[in-house]
Design a binder for this molecule. Sequence first.
Ligand code: ZN
Ligand code: ZN
Length: 442
Amino acid sequence: MARIKRAYSPLLIAALFAGVGGYILGCTPPKPEAQSQAPAEQPDAAGDSEQAAQPDQAGSDPGTASKYSPVKARARDFYAPNTEDLGPDEMRLIACGTGMPTARPKQAASCWLLELGNGDKFIFDVGTGSAERIAALQIPYNYLDKVFLSHLHTDHFGDLDALFVGGALAGRQKPLRVWGPSGETPERGTKYALDHLRKALTWDIDGRQGLTDPRGYHLDVTEFDYMGVNETVYQENVVTIRTIPAIHSLDGPVSFIVEWNGFKFVFGGDTYPNKWYAKYAKGADLAIHECFIAVPDMIDKFKFTPQSALAVGTQIHTAPEAFGKVMSIIKPRMAVAYHFFKDFDTTAAISDRIRTTYDGPLSLSIDYMVWNITKDDIRVRMAVVNEDVWPPPATDKPQLPDQSTRIPYSDAISGGRLDMKKVLQPTYDAINKQYGLHEKQE
Ligand SMILES: [Zn+2]
Ligand SMILES: [Zn+2]
């Protein structure tokens, strides 16, 4: 029972820290065999001492209670970004968006960051609102250059522009690589969507020319066949990513299967329960699958008509009871449900319905939930993030832009400038002196 008690505490702490009470409801702790022994935290993260890194043992045995110290830090039971090493045989998954196409502060739309112990990081979906969650993790943007899109609904790629432009400005010094499915027609494919997204950003990117490091403002798009069944779409650095079709809205959506180091991670995009997921997600270490809002709540809270609630909530998407059925078939080490508003008065319905068809390890996800996955253990916690976040350091030296590429204002607009030369000259003088430069005002 100690394990179950412990599984709740990080959520409670995170909820208190984040000022978002109510998260704790409905996060079903995994079965003891799934969570087993949590590995000791990295000594660096724990503060210092061996005692500090072993709070569980101390807590479960009254005889060792003296290990607690009034002056030494105990190990954290939440995840603080940029404080823990990732082991060579470990994966970390962070939910950067778990919600819906309708925006809300508590939940961005679908976005998942997978970090592997070999240093690779992959973003699966980048739904509306998720770019700020990614930013909160304080990861240098050069490491966040690979995005895989399950389909082209805005709740799955609506913040790609923010990651693309904001990421370049925040230190991504290389193109943003994006993989996504084709469609039944070229106009419904990822390449078409992102070519046009890039065009829509013409004014934005033209205006940055000659001012900042130009290398990040490029999209490198790989479109793959949405019909591919377990076809490889990525293979680098001993990581293989395959896709399977999904059944959702129109032809085109897919799910992804990542294999690395003996681990299998599955990210399911939106779908009606389908045979490909049932077959190829089998035995996954961690399997994400959508799980829609229960139909009665779609009617009461989402204001759907009963007809639309049934059609959207059970036929276009996966209803909670159907999610449970899928997980009973594939039997993952950990099942992760998303794509519902997780509130104090909606979570029980989701959980109850899932439990009519599935009794295995389960996470009802919310933004900033974190999974550390090793061969022996899956540890689930909440991240506690700093809202006053600034860009992380760039991993390479910034490249000075060619100022001659700056596109000038027209004479008419330029002629509207007030004379601020005297006001600004002290700033130029101070910075030139401090950095040994000879910059001049325009
Ligand atoms: Zn969708
Ligand atoms: Zn969706």
